[in-house]
Design a protein around this ligand. Sequence first.
Ligand code: NAD
Ligand code: UDP
Length: 335
Amino acid sequence: MTRKILVTGGTGFIGSHTCVELIAGGYQVLVLDNLSNSRETVLDAIEQISGARPGFIRGDIRDRALLDSIFKQHDIGAVIHFAGLKAVGESVARPLDYHDNNVAGTVTLLQAMQQAGVRSLVFSSSATVYGDPQQLPIPEDHPLSATNPYGHTKLVLEEIMGQLSRSEPGWRIALLRYFNPVGAHPSGLIGEAPQGVPNNLMPYVAQVASGQRERVQVFGQDYDTPDGTGVRDYIHVMDLAQGHVAALRYLQDNEPELLAVNLGTGRGYSVLEMIQAFARSSGRDIPYTIAPRRPGDIAACWADTRLAREKLGWTAVRDIQEMCDDAWRWQARQS
Ligand code: NAD
Ligand code: UDP
């Protein structure tokens, strides 16, 4: 029997799309999620898309007894670990919650994996670990730093996993540094469902297009970029999902290793370019105003994608129009 992949945070935005790609790749999937930022109905949508329903356990990665029982009852071959809190502003207001959920939660998961002898892990890291980039595109050996508690949790966890893999041979770990995940499954059945006011640009733009919000605030038009607005490497969540399957295969097929790798497209787009692309996809006007810079924001950020191509044989293939088309299809089905 094939061993299962335990997907923590599997009902969340990136996790749900990755479940679809894992099932398509022939994997058996078991989701562990406490539903703090997602809904159980996501599993129905995954089943509708892929024809198979992942196993589901509602629970918390900080619950060691639960983790031990999961590893005992299921034949887990590897873990893909998405579960965590991700809002930068909230992390500044409630740093202890972030350290508890993200750092302590992941340490508990690693301890349970160690005890169960499961040593293959794909971890959701972030381009935020590069801090304010000193060079573009950003290569994986760029110096690392954190500018807020959320980023600090990712940095600390990368370090902890480095220490673990050096202390004990046999660990196969991929630290996937995501750039800016956007878009949705082309069916429109799963996508990003932020609670309250979206912090990120694209869900906010989508809600303006659908009439839920009045206008986008563009945070700064005085950056050293072609149109003065911030530039980011937006990546379609389906490309990202496929990157996880590629990473899993890489870990299975190679000697134990700790691999840190960027998942991005290698191209940057400005806030205004993204608003225009979304207006094209939705056929709606997207009003915006120029607002002051958001504290802590950087001017520009995009990935050096060579390592992902060389090691994982993976590159992103979907362009910004496809990202906006798919995000709009999902948005239009909401409310
Ligand atoms: P998400 O909030 O949609 O998904 C995270 C899931 O984890 C949610 O379903 C939530 O209910 C669950 N969860 C949170 N804490 C948990 C806990 N203690 N135990 C069990 N389940 C828990 O977020 P996402 O956008 O899918 O992000 C997934 C991962 O990718 C996160 O670790 C995030 O930090 C990282 N990441 C996201 C982005 C992004 O822009 N979306 C960028 C870089 C990195
Ligand atoms: N941004 C904006 N208005 C918003 C949200 C974001 O102008 O309501 C800008 C932000 O300043 C940055 C880009 O959009 O230049 C991407 O921001 P997001 O929060 O989506 O991602 P991150 O800051 O993590 O790269």
